[in-house]
Design a protein. Structure first.
Length: 316
């Protein structure tokens, strides 16, 4: 009888536990869920918005450095892709102009940055909402001075002999003004692709080293310098730029830079696109090439037409 009593006791206990344990687990789970919901509601009511990428959080911008030798860098900022891409474009790039063609630099001198953007769009499929911004070296220097010197590595763009020729080492500290003067100096004698690569290295260093500071400072700096800029950036564009930079900074965005490959003809001084240009522009816009796609169906995509009769030498 005693043995049967203990068996009944243990059976009742296990049955009770089998019933109660799931109820206790469900109660604890529900309590934790409610606590998380209260925390989220509290954060929402605190007035601190959670910034998330939206469709408009991207910008393609043609930046032009004015002067006797204009320079060009195409920027692509995309918060959804969490990337900042920079493509330095040789100023000798041939673009349609008037009844013929002209270098991008001559196009700028004759008609300004808006016409340059149009000409660039004729040889390279750019997004319809691509903007332009042109500034003098002095204005750019003023904008950059607040961030301090840049740690720039030129060894990826210049050979050891080229660095030695200009009295430079692979990596060094540069002010904005000194970097501009150096790029102007090497532009007098080095190949267009090489000079563009060196320029890309400077811009790359700026965005990498100052990304955390840019959301709170760069849009305001552009607003304050608006009288000395030539641009079609609107007030709404600057707000989008501010949000996009914040998202990119919070996401520790990947920064990449390169120079636009192509062919340079010493005969006419023009730089034209080739097959390597296609790959570079596709990478710039994060466009994946497909065997089924034609150039017209994989925009953004560059034109690969090269004027005939040129004895072009590789700029690579």
């Amino acid at each position: 009888m005693e043995t049967k009593g203990w068996k009944s006791f243990w059976t009742a206990l296990w049955v009770t536990l089998l019933v109660l344990l799931p109820l206790v687990a469900a109660t604890l789970f529900y309590a934790q869920y409610q606590a998380e919901q209260r925390v989220r509601a509290s954060e929402s009511q605190s007035g601190v918005p959670v910034l998330m990428p939206r469709e408009e959080n991207h910008l393609t911008l043609l930046t032009c450095v004015a002067g006797d030798s204009p320079a060009f860098v195409l920027l692509y900022l995309n918060a959804d892709q969490n990337c900042i891409h920079l493509l330095a474009i040789p100023s000798q790039l041939a673009v349609p102009f008037s009844d013929g063609e002209s270098s991008l630099a001559d196009c700028y001198q004759a008609a300004g940055p808006a016409r340059c953007l149009q000409g660039l769009g004729d040889v390279m499929d750019l997004p319809e909402d691509t903007r332009y911004l042109a500034a003098t070296p002095e204005t750019l220097t003023s904008l950059c001075d607040g961030y301090g010197n840049l740690r720039v590595g030129f060894s990826g763009a210049l050979t050891a002999s080229e660095l030695e020729r200009f009295g430079q080492e692979g990596v060094g500290d540069w002010s904005a003004a000194a970097a501009h003067d150096f790029l102007e100096e090497i532009g007098q004698s080095l190949a267009p692709y090489t000079v563009a690569g060196a320029r890309a290295a400077v811009w790359d260093a700026f965005f990498r080293q100052n990304l955390d500071l840019l959301p709170a400072s760069l849009p305001d700096a552009l607003r304050q310098a608006s009288d000395s800029l030539l641009t079609d950036l609107t007030a709404g564009d600057l707000l989008t730029l501010e949000d996009t930079l914040e998202l990119l900074a919070n996401g520790d965005a990947a920064v990449s830079s390169s120079a636009l490959p192509g062919q340079f003809s010493r005969a006419d001084g023009l730089y034209t696109l080739d097959q390597e240009s296609e790959a570079a522009v596709q990478a710039f816009f994060n466009v994946a090439a497909s065997e089924e796609q034609s150039p017209s169906s994989s925009a953004p995509y560059p034109s690969t037409s090269v004027p005939g009769g040129q004895e072009a030498e590789s700029a690579m």
